[in-house]
Design a protein around this ligand. Structure first.
Ligand SMILES: [Mg+2]
Ligand SMILES: [Zn+2]
Length: 222
């Protein structure tokens, strides 16, 4: 299937927009950055199995987190070195002004998402995994045991389905393997990189984008 180059017109007062964090809001995948700089050997095979669809995201992120070494301060410092897409604050602000709901869906290590949004001056609902630094355990406050997949850390489908059930049109913006299930249920998909390739193969209609400015232009230009 060919990608849709232009998304359908949406009434933004009736629309909920969901943004992946790593590689979508951040310019690099911070999980991969942490693994490259602080991970013990073995994580690449785990990540490859996840991308091939052989492993759920919760199992993947748990196994990868077990390989990450360093203190909270060291890891947060590495995470904060990665820059965000400069279009992120304006996209959230202008979508809100137009009446849309906006939320961030992140199924990575999670501990840096709130800090990055705060540093960017963006207040937004965040669905992310958590690290309990007392015992260094990864926690899953947004796993959904009732979801058909049951294998996610953050179930990205759950908040999209909930918004749809409230009668909202749903938009998913993402780049990677953890966005596939969300893209499969959202009304409108903006995809780049691996998610765009997957949508092509799976026949999921999507609008390709390079940066969040493209998403801004597509959703907000009158
Ligand atoms: Mg991503
Ligand atoms: Zn799920």
């Amino acid at each position: 299937m060919r990608p849709e180059m232009t998304p359908p017109r949406l009434d933004l007062t009736e629309t909920s927009v969901f943004l992946d964090f790593d590689g979508t809001i951040s310019t690099r995948d911070i999980g991969l950055e942490l693994l490259e700089r602080h991970g013990r050997a073995g994580w690449r095979a785990i990540d490859a199995a996840f991308v091939r669809g052989e492993m759920g995201s919760r199992e993947c992120v748990t196994a990868e987190w077990d390989l990450v070494e360093g203190t909270e301060a060291e890891l947060l410092a590495t995470a904060m070195e990665v820059t965000l897409d400069p279009g992120f604050p304006a996209l959230v602000a202008d979508l809100r002004s137009a009446g849309a709901e906006v939320a961030v869906l992140s199924d990575g290590f999670g501990f840096y998402v709130d800090a990055h949004c705060r540093a960017a001056g963006v207040t937004v609902a965040v669905y992310a995994n958590r690290v309990d630094w007392d015992d260094r355990a990864l926690r899953f406050p947004f796993g959904d045991p009732t979801c058909a997949c049951r294998s996610c850390g953050v179930c990205k489908q759950a908040p999209i389905r909930a918004a749809a059930a409230r009668g909202r049109a749903t938009v998913m913006v993402g780049d990677g393997a953890s966005d596939r299930k969300a893209a499969a249920v959202a009304d409108v998909v903006f995809a780049t990189a691996g998610l765009a390739r997957w949508c092509e193969e799976a026949g999921v209609p999507f609008t390709p984008y390079a940066t969040l400015r493209d998403v801004h232009a597509a959703l907000l230009t009158p």
